[in-house]
Design a protein. Structure first.
Length: 299
């Protein structure tokens, strides 16, 4: 079975353009597409990019496309081509935009999510590398309101500039996820992008169940703690806008969750057991409940 995905990196681009730190944006582009392929149990095969600018700056374009190539190496897929377009009048002279397209394949009958997700199954969380590529309109507003410059030290990571810390590339989970899926025990994968845990995880769940998570089961990374404090963002809004430290959620078969977690750990992922699947009543829409959000993150 062939599967495909197309995506961009949103307003994270604005920070890259303003600061000239363009190298990681190409990795973000591949990650947003390839992670959406692997959650279906499919292996990414090839990738194409679309780069559009008001005026072509060769050094910027080379940096961005080098990042795309590196992302493809990380995802194990081929970069087979793309399109570069100059559109003066549509984009400002220094601005550029990106879109990515990825195609993958899976054995017929092995697509995820599995049909037998049931109460008692365990939810694992794979740590994110930071903000990934969602919520940057809010982040940019918080930075502007704080009066901080992107070249200043990040309040949550003093060894890096604010721009460097915010532009940390999206983690690519393809190799670890494929290894775990092929070994067995994985029933579903959810890429935690815009909408956070509360909107992305229900997409892979059947009716009649809820994912009951515990916010105390994983630490809130410093960048999210800073966003929450500096922006006065309520915890409920944080989990609807950001990944909050969990870039990929895994539903594992009851009795095999420890082995699944060990496989991900063996592939270099940081794994947390963050909840379980519970019954929600016949015909109930799939949902996520997160216990003790305020209490856990206040601590």
């Amino acid at each position: 079975m062939l599967v495909a995905s197309t995506d961009g990196v949103g307003t994270k681009l604005k920070i890259a353009i303003e600061t000239g730190l363009n190298a990681g944006i190409g990795i973000d582009l591949v990650a947003m597409c390839a992670n959406d392929i692997v959650v279906q149990g499919a292996e990414p095969l090839f990738f194409l990019d679309y780069y559009a600018a008001g005026g072509l700056d060769l050094e910027v374009a080379k940096s961005v496309i080098a990042g795309v190539a590196e992302g493809c190496r990380m995802a194990g897929c081929a970069l087979i081509g793309g399109e570069t377009a100059e559109m003066p009048g549509l984009y400002a002279p220094r601005d550029y935009d990106l879109a990515g397209f990825c195609v993958g394949a899976a054995e017929r009958g092995r697509l995820l999510p599995a049909a037998d997700i049931a109460p008692g199954d365990v939810v694992l969380g794979l740590a994110s590398s930071g903000l990934h590529s969602n919520g940057f309109s809010l982040v940019r507003r918080i930075v502007a309101d704080s009066g901080l410059g992107y070249a200043e030290k990040a309040p949550f990571a003093p060894s890096r500039s604010l721009a460097e810390a915010l532009l940390e590339p999206t983690r690519i989970y393809v190799r670890s996820a494929l290894a775990a899926v092929r070994a067995g025990g994985v029933k579903a994968l959810a890429h935690i992008t815009g909408g956070g845990l509360v909107e992305n995880l229900p997409r892979v769940l059947p009716t009649g169940v809820t994912a009951r998570l515990d916010a105390r089961a994983w630490p809130l990374p410093p960048v999210f703690a800073w966003v929450r404090e500096a922006g006065g963002v309520p915890a409920a809004e944080m989990v609807r806008t950001f990944n909050c430290g969990i870039g990929m959620a895994v539903v594992a078969r009851r009795g095999e969750a420890d082995a699944v977690g060990a496989r991900f750990s063996g592939e270099g992922e940081t794994v947390f057991t963050i909840g379980e699947i519970v019954a929600a009543g016949r015909g109930a829409e799939p949902a996520v409940e997160i216990a003790d959000l305020e209490g856990a993150w206040r601590a």
